[in-house]
Write a protein that binds this ligand. Structure first.
Ligand SMILES: [Fe+2]
Length: 170
């Protein structure tokens, strides 16, 4: 069970901070252009990637959860295209589930386990994202994202991942 407290904290404090961070960084970049002050451009571009990616991944995360979801639903109902694509790309639903769970649980620091669509090959891949923006293939589109829950879950990471599977909005 995912506790309402964790979600509330997460949504109100944590996600909101990324939105503010992205907007603040865009302001700072506008100022840098204005003043032609490029000394801080490395740091600003990195901050932009971090906050923007944090905002995007958390936005996807909220849509990935629903009260009447769950992994078995996909297996049972088949949900056509996605179930087929998972089977094709990972061999089986069980193999996919194990890979995404492991990738989510072993991310260091704040990060994500992500099911993504890779447009050149047209297949699905699992990515282990570091700090919201690192370790991803360019151009892949995140579809299902598991927050590695670094701050909120403390030592309950594995429980949180199990709980996420129960509420996946297929
Ligand atoms: Fe988070």
């Amino acid at each position: 069970m995912i506790s309402p407290g964790i979600i509330e904290l997460h949504h109100d404090k944590h996600h909101a901070a990324y939105v503010k961070g992205a907007n603040d960084t865009l302001d700072q970049l506008a100022e840098a252009r204005e003043k032609e002050a490029w000394g801080s451009v490395n740091g600003l571009e990195k901050n932009l990637a971090f906050h923007l990616s944090g905002h995007i991944l958390h936005s996807i995360h909220w849509h990935n959860m629903t009260g009447d979801g769950g992994g078995e639903k996909l297996e049972k109902d088949g949900v056509g295209e996605l179930a087929d694509a998972i089977a094709e790309s990972f061999g089986s639903f069980a193999g996919f589930k194990a890979q995404l769970s492991k990738a989510s649980a072993t991310t260091q620091g704040s990060g994500w386990g992500v099911l993504a669509y890779e447009p050149l090959s047209g297949r699905l891949i699992v990515e282990q994202v570091y700090d919201h923006q690192g370790n991803v293939g360019q151009g892949s589109t995140p579809i299902l994202v598991f927050d590695a829950c670094y701050l909120q879950c403390r030592n309950q990471k594995v429980d949180f991942i199990e709980a996420m599977w129960e509420v996946v909005n297929w």
